[in-house]
Design a protein around this ligand. Structure first.
Ligand code: PDD
Length: 284
C-alpha cells in the first residue's frame, strides 16, 4: 500500500509532502471519504462521490474533478485487491497562517489505500459482535459534512477502548445520533429503526443501503428518534460503516442486548448484503 496520490501525481508514500501552511493541517479545513474496493471494484462508489460533493459544496471548495479514474488507478497501483481508499480534499495552502480564506487558493487532494478484509467472502460466522458505550455528542451541528475535524470522535473512541468497548454511540439532548465512526440501528418486534438524516448525523452510505435493501425485501423499517431506554431494551442493535458493513452490538454499557447473541434480523440483513456484494462483483 505504498503508492499514494497527491495533487495529480502517484508517489511512494514517503515522497508525498504537503505544506505546513495547508489549511487541512492548520484548521482541519478539509473533508474526506473512505471507500471500500473489493477486487478493485468500488462499493457504492457513486454514493460516496455524491457525499463528497455535498461536503465540498458545504465548505464552498470548488473542484471540477472526475474522481473515478484517479481512485481506480490508485487501487490498481496498490495491487487491485480488497482495500479502502481514503480520499481527502483540503482547502489548500496560502503560504501563511491566516484564518480568512484567500481568494485563488488551490485545494490539496490526497488519497491512499489501506488493505481491508472482505467480510462478505469470509462469511457470517466470522463476524464478531461488539460492545458499545453511550456518551455525550460533543460535535458541532453540521455532522452531515464529512469533515476531518474528528477530535470529539477520536476522544470518545479512546474512552470506549478504555471501557473495553469498540464503539461509542453519541447522545445529544436525550436523542441518540450515531456512532463515533458509524451509524446505528435498533430492532424492535421485527421493525428496523434508525435516526433520521439531518445535520446531526452523517448520511452513511451503508445506512442508506440497509434501508434500500430492507425496502426491497419487505422488511419493515422506520427513521425515528431513538433514546437510551429504547437502545438498551431493543431486541437487536447494529452499527454500520463502509469498512465494517453491519456489525451486531451485543452489549451497551452494562446491558446485554437481547439474548446476547447475534440476532436473526441481523443475520438476514447480512445475508442480503452478501448477495448484493456478490452480484456487484460478478454481475450475476
Ligand atoms: N466512517 N457516521 C460517522 C461519524 C462516520 O465516520 C461514518 C464512516 C459513518 C458511516 O458512513 P458510511 O456507511 O458511508 O461509511 C457514519 C468512516 C468509515 C471513517 O471515518 O473511517
Amino acid at each position: 500500500m505504498d503508492t499514494v496520490y497527491l495533487n495529480g501525481q502517484y508517489l511512494p508514500a514517503d515522497q508525498a509532502k504537503v505544506s505546513v501552511f495547508d489549511r487541512g493541517f492548520l484548521f482541519g479545513d478539509s473533508v474526506y471519504e473512505v471507500i471500500p474496493f473489493y477486487q478493485g471494484i468500488g462499493f457504492r462508489l457513486a454514493e460516496h462521490l455524491q457525499r463528497l460533493e455535498h461536503s465540498l459544496r458545504a465548505l464552498r471548495i470548488e473542484m471540477n474533478q472526475d474522481w473515478t479514474p484517479i481512485l481506480t488507478r490508485l487501487v490498481e497501483l496498490n495491487g487491485g485487491g480488497n482495500v479502502s481508499v481514503y480520499l481527502q480534499v483540503t482547502r489548500g495552502s496560502a503560504g501563511k497562517r491566516v484564518h480568512v480564506i484567500e481568494p485563488d487558493i488551490v485545494p490539496t487532494v490526497f488519497a491512499c489505500c489501506q488493505s481491508i478484509r472482505d467480510i462478505y467472502q469470509e462469511g457470517i460466522d466470522k463476524v464478531v459482535g461488539i460492545k458499545v458505550i453511550v456518551t455525550a455528542d460533543l460535535r458541532w451541528h453540521r455532522c452531515d459534512i464529512k469533515s476531518t475535524c474528528l477530535l470529539p470522535n477520536i476522544l470518545v473512541l479512546q474512552q470506549a477502548k478504555e471501557s473495553g468497548a469498540q464503539e461509542a454511540i453519541l447522545q445529544r439532548d436525550g436523542a441518540l445520533t450515531e456512532g463515533a465512526s458509524c451509524n446505528f440501528f435498533i430492532v424492535e418486534q421485527g421493525v428496523i429503526y434508525t435516526p433520521p438524516i439531518g445535520t446531526e448525523i452523517l448520511s452513511g452510505t451503508t445506512r442508506a443501503l440497509i434501508l434500500e435493501l430492507a425496502d426491497q425485501h419487505g422488511i419493515p423499517r422506520q427513521e425515528a428518534e431513538i433514546d437510551y431506554q429504547r437502545l438498551i431494551h431493543a431486541d437487536e442493535v447494529w452499527i454500520s460503516s463502509s469498512t465494517r458493513a453491519i456489525v451486531p452490538v451485543l452489549q451497551v454499557d452494562d446491558y446485554v442486548v437481547g439474548d446476547g447473541q447475534k440476532g436473526p434480523l441481523w443475520q438476514r440483513m447480512f445475508e442480503i448484503f452478501t448477495r448484493y456484494q456478490h452480484q456487484l462483483m460478478t454481475g450475476e
